[in-house]
Design a protein around this ligand. Structure first.
Ligand code: UDP
Length: 495
């Protein structure tokens, strides 16, 4: 193994529980490599093809052209994930593969063993270069010991934006939620001087819910990891965050580096040769539509609503004046209902699997995005200059909604008041409890869509703000931009 003084070598360990963590961490690897660093991405065998496919076109699609030979290298290393040993089905390497909430502790047990194997690999001769910095997904608490043993800095990647992280830090430190007696009561989170942020107790991130499927002990372990790491890598850019990065650094005493939007590390246009059939179908469908006429609807990699809620949403989409691309994850029952009810593809194109979201958001025909406010989707929309209608489901998404609607002024709120039962608390892998009533009626959805697609002054102002943020997002990653400089800073910290 080479000495520690060799060029910086980042070991990235994305949280393999969710695709939405693997995607941005792989893109962070691409950005570090485009700045000349060597990168090893450690993942599990089932997730390795996804990581590999996203790094393969590095040479051709990185938007920061570098002279030949100056880009760093990326190695993808698959370490076995002992699913079966932990009592999980073979190949169960993500949370969306779990059969029920009872599998969650098994998944974390397997993850700990995975961590031991990663640490062994990093110490061994099999590792071509000595690591000089570890960047880990937030549930990989074991990486801290590994980094300390290697004598290198350990950074955490939560997958959240800096504003949400700042709010979470405030809630941990000041605990205002403990003073309210009901789930509907508002909690004040005064983190940004010029902005009044209040959420009901029910809308707070899962960390502050009285009970969670993650388990209180595990949440505590993750918080201790969070407190102990050397720095925080954020998929965002400083201009978006209204001072949250600096305030978070001051509140935590850590280096906070915003290096995004990381989705901009690749071209948003799909290579027609490389497109899978379903992706091609969506893009060709969009080609037939007028500029800014389409509403794109998606609730992330795993967002899944109770059937009654899905039907209200579906009726609003079917009756609105705009063509719609609707990405739905759901049970077989839901899929059957969709097939029977949404057979007019010219009005509403239902995508039942994985949609090419970044290319869709970049398509000229798309004029608005109904989103669950997952941070990855939020930032992809910002990078595409796309106004949003916000329908948070759970986690930190209600905080993201406040940022999108109140701070940035690029979204309209659907008006959801409480979290939607998520896939893990629902009791099945893909479904939601059948008997949960819809909180949001079709008229409420329709009103939000009217405002989102408004052609008057208010809508125009929102579109203008979204375009301004798009320009700032691109500028952040250009040479000398804030994210560009933060990538350089991160590389220096590891040198
Ligand atoms: N995504 C996608 N196609 C889909 C669903 C999701 O490409 O059909 C991607 C999306 O572009 C984003 C990620 O999956 O990068 C979702 O991340 P986000 O943080 O928005 O939500 P989560 O899945 O964590 O709820």
């Amino acid at each position: 193994m080479e000495s520690a003084t060799a060029d910086p070598h980042f070991v990235l360990v994305p949280w393999q529980g969710s695709i939405s963590h693997i995607i941005p961490m792989t893109d962070i690897g691409r950005l570090l490599a485009s700045h000349g660093a060597a990168v090893t991405i450690m993942t599990t065998p089932a997730n390795a093809p996804l990581v590999q496919s996203r790094v393969e076109d590095l040479a051709t699609t990185t938007p920061l052209p570098l002279p030949p030979g100056t880009a760093g290298t990326i190695t993808v290393t698959a370490i076995p994930f002992p699913a079966a040993e932990a009592g999980l089905p073979e190949g169960c390497e993500r949370m969306d593969h779990l059969r029920s909430p009872a599998d969650v502790p098994r998944f974390f047990a397997a993850n700990r063993q995975f961590g031991e194997a990663v640490a062994r690999h990093c110490r061994s001769e099999a590792m071509p270069r000595r690591p000089s910095c570890v960047v880990a997904g937030m549930c990989h608490t074991w990486t801290l010991g590994m980094a300390r043993e290697l004598g290198v800095p350990c950074y955490i990647f939560h997958g959240f934006g800096a504003f949400a992280l700042l709010c979470i830090e405030y809630l941990y430190k000041h605990r205002p939620h403990e003073a309210v007696s009901s789930a509907d009561e508002l909690v004040n989170i005064p983190v940004l001087p010029a902005f009044d942020c209040r959420l009901s107790r029910a809308q707070l991130p899962t960390h502050f819910a009285p009970s969670t499927t993650m388990g209180g002990g595990r949440m505590q372990e993750i918080r201790e990891f969070d407190v102990a790491v050397d720095g925080v890598v954020v998929n965002s850019f400083q201009e978006l965050e209204h001072g949250s990065c600096e305030l978070l650094a001051a509140a935590t005493g850590k280096t906070v580096v915003a290096v995004g939007p990381v989705s901009l590390c690749r071209s948003p246009t799909l290579d027609p040769q490389a497109m899978k059939d379903d992706a091609r179908q969506v893009m060709e469908w969009l080609d037939t539509k007028e500029t800014k006429s389409v509403v794109y609807v998606s609730f992330g990699s795993a967002g899944c609503m109770p059937p009654a809620q899905l039907m209200q949403l579906g009726m609003a989409l079917a009756s609105c004046s705009w063509p719609v691309v609707w990405v739905v994850k759901g049970t077989d029952d839901v899929k059957k209902w969709l097939r029977e009810s949404f057979n007019d593809d010219s009005k509403c194109l239902v995508v039942r699997g994985w949609a090419p979201q970044v290319p869709i958001l970049a398509h000229h025909a798309v004029g608005g995005f109904l989103t669950h406010c997952g941070w990855g989707s939020t930032l992809e929309a910002i990078a595409a200059g796309m106004p949003m209608a916000t329908w948070p489901l759970f986690a930190e998404q209600f905080l993201n909604e406040r940022l999108i609607v109140d701070v940035l002024g690029v979204g309209v709120s659907v008006g959801v008041t409480k979290p939607t039962e998520n896939v893990l608390t629902a009791g099945t892998t893909n479904g939601s409890k059948a008997d949960v009533e819809a909180e949001v009626g079709m008229e409420q959805v329709a009103k939000a869509l009217e405002r989102l697609m408004d052609q008057g002054d208010v809508g125009e102002q929102r579109r203008r703000k979204a375009q301004e943020l798009k320009a700032k997002a691109n500028g952040a990653l250009e040479k000398g931009g804030s994210s560009y400089m933060n990538l350089e800073k991160l590389i220096q910290c590891a040198s």
